[in-house]
Design a protein around this ligand. Sequence first.
Ligand code: NAP
Length: 279
Amino acid sequence: MSDHPRIPIAGVIGSPIAHSRSPALFRHWFQQYGVRGHYVPLDVAPDDLETVLRTLPKAGFVGVNVTIPHKIRALEIADVISDRAALIGAANTLIFRQDGKIHADNTDGYGFISNLKQYAPGWNASSGSAAVFGAGGAARAIVASLLETGAPEIRISNRTRARADALRAEFGARIVVYDWVQAGNMIEGATTIVNTTSLGMTGKQEFRVPLDALTPGATCCDLVYTPLKTKFLTEAEDAGCTIVDGLGMLLHQAVPGFERWFGHRPEVTDGLREAVLNA
Ligand code: NAP
């Protein structure tokens, strides 16, 4: 090894990965805080994931973010797992420790809650029932974090009901499952409503759940951020709800990794949003 101090390197592993906004996000923070570091997108096939993860620390990597399709496998490969990653059953942030161990964390739930706190300041999870559309990977993090922050009841509706039933079996009695055809009824009286499906995303099917039962004043969040203002959010705003887009979650979930890898706790600002949107 050379005597020169290495500039720490982190990255994001997925496949495909070219669309990822994370490199622009980290670039903005490096510049804003004058932090020396690199952050690179890594397109890795599932069969190569373990070999790559065991090799990266030898090349100066201090950790990586993990995205589709590797979030579950990364947790299996890790040597040490945070409580919240274990609860969610997937990892999105890996820390390569000095002792050679891989530490897996999941900051998606943290990012989701921090986003709501920033952009819906009056929001309070315990104020009433939550309603969650979808029961995929992202929904697990949302449900876990809503339970942790005090939601008294979480109603879940998913096209494939068995996945929603599995969340109820795992997370317990505060979860109530609705058939997908009843998804519009599920929102009645709910104070927090979240779309965790990919419906409404550019290139995917439209979000068509009827929203007539929305309560004005409820907080509605869409995890989809392309487009930034989805049809769900537009209709929710028209119904008098507070709306929060999905970009803030992406930005906030990156905060713990940046702090851990580069030693500076960064902030999510309007300037960061602009930089990431314009990248
Ligand atoms: P996933 O595990 O593949 O789950 C996809 C979800 O969408 C499932 O509930 C699925 O239902 C539902 N869905 C897909 N097509 C549908 C259709 N035609 N009709 C009804 N439901 C449909 O994906 P994920 O990782 O949970 O991600 C979900 C979305 O969240 C994506 O748009 C992703 O980009 C976004 N996301 C955003 C952030 C952020 O930081 N803002 C973070 C994570 C994810 P079935 O179970 O029936 O297939």
